[in-house]
Design a protein around this ligand. Structure first.
Ligand SMILES: NC(=O)C1=CN([C@@H]2O[C@H](COP(=O)(O)OP(=O)(O)OC[C@H]3O[C@@H](n4cnc5c(N)ncnc54)[C@H](OP(=O)(O)O)[C@@H]3O)[C@@H](O)[C@H]2O)C=CC1
Ligand SMILES: CC(C)(CO)C(=O)C(=O)O
Length: 343
């Protein structure tokens, strides 16, 4: 296979479009450009003016502090990116909120028949829309272990970039082609500072990662405390371990057997940092939270498979209320002027 859409000009770098240059996406674009084989075109929204003028400022545990970074091309819409295409890969690294925005519709203008879509996002079931709307395209899964946040164009990257890239199985395309497209992306991304590996079992990796995300992210977001404080004040014992056991039970009902020790591994994975998971960062910024792909989908799978998940259910229900509060603050929903009460 070679679906290379390389430049015909002097340099034959691969063209990648990145949508979602936050904590994860900016480090992804840096990694791709640093490795030297890729030209990244980045679609920016709120950071567009600042980054166009000054670049991102980056403090990175992998690449060093005080960096200034501009991707090869900076545009303010997918439509505008097309002049830098066609793209071999379109990476989505936005928060995954399919119930609010269809990112697949957003990237659609930049997708050709040879473009692979790379979803570097947390959650379960995130691939559905891409596979439905682009049934002939390869869709890749990026499971990222990183700690990185974007504060108005300044990136604080505090835990190393470890990325697992695999493919979401698409029966319309041969496995060998999907694997080759995937391995090529790994090759473009990996460099001497990061760890990027080919993921042979996307389903396993996604359930494994969810052990962290469905428990620590929402409980930190709901309580407003980092993981260190959550542990010191008892929440890891009273809530997290029990909720994590529920994730293991749902995964098992979905055919994925995770080892028990993944629970302690995830709880210890941020030591010794007072780490603030990405959902807590979003709660602080009053952003919408990724509740459906991180909690809603797993809880629905539990219901379907008759797995009892009381902790995850309560966490999900509480998050839905927080989400509604944020939506009301953003004017996305309104409530009746007069409180509806039972007659
Ligand atoms: N942060 C972390 O440490 C980790 C995060 N993850 C996962 O990675 C994914 C990305 O998270 P994270 O990096 O924290 O996200 P951020 O919130 O930091 O960044 C998301 C970015 O996407 C941009 N964006 C959203 N919609 C669009 C659009 N339509 N067009 C262009 N840009 C858009 C936002 O721009 P704007 O400012 O304009 O809204 C923002 O810059 C999530 O699924 C998360 O769960 C996984 C591992 C660790
Ligand atoms: C597991 C962790 C903390 C880092 O990869 C994460 O996924 C997040 O902050 O959302």
């Amino acid at each position: 296979m070679n679906n290379c859409l390389c430049d015909n000009d002097m340099d034959s770098k691969c063209k990648v479009l990145l949508v979602g240059s936050g904590g994860v996406g900016t480090i992804a674009s840096y990694a791709l450009e640093y490795a030297g084989k890729t030209k990244v075109t980045s679609v920016l929204r709120s950071d567009y003016d600042r980054v166009l003028e000054k670049g991102f400022s980056i403090n990175s545990c992998d690449y060093g502090n005080g960096l200034i970074f501009k991707p090869s091309n900076i545009v303010n819409s997918v439509e505008a990116s097309k002049k830098h295409g066609p793209f071999e890969y379109v990476v989505i690294a936005t928060k995954c909120l399919p119930e609010v925005t269809s990112m697949i519709d957003v990237i659609a203008p930049a997708i050709t028949k040879d473009t692979a879509i790379v979803l570097v996002q947390n959650g379960i079931g995130i691939e559905m829309e891409a596979l439905t709307k682009f049934p002939e395209n390869v869709v890749l899964s990026g499971v990222s272990m990183i700690g990185s946040a974007n504060m108005g164009g300044h990136i604080e990257h505090e835990s190393p970039d470890m990325l697992r890239i695999g493919y979401f199985e698409n029966n319309n395309i041969s496995q060998s082609h999907q694997e080759a497209v995937c391995k090529r992306f790994v090759d473009l991304y990996q460099n001497d500072k990061n760890q990027c590996v080919y993921d042979e079992d996307v389903k396993f990796s996604r359930w494994r990662k969810l052990v962290y995300n469905a428990c620590l992210n929402p409980v930190c977001a709901l309580t407003g405390v980092d993981i260190g404080r959550l542990e010191i004040w008892g929440g890891v014992d009273s809530i997290i371990r029990k909720a994590m056991r529920e994730v293991l039970a749902i995964a098992k009902s979905d055919g994925v057997v995770l080892p028990e020790d993944v629970i302690e591994f995830m709880i210890r994975s941020d030591d010794p940092v007072y780490y603030r998971p990405s959902m807590l960062v979003d709660a602080d910024k009053r952003n919408l939270l990724e509740i459906e792909v991180i909690l809603g989908n797993p809880v629905r799978i539990a219901r379907k498979n008759k797995v009892d998940v009381p902790f995850l259910t309560i966490i999900y229900e509480l998050l839905k209320i927080v989400q509604s509060r944020t939506m009301e603050e953003k004017g996305m929903i309104t409530i009746p002027k007069e409180r509806p009460v039972p007659k």
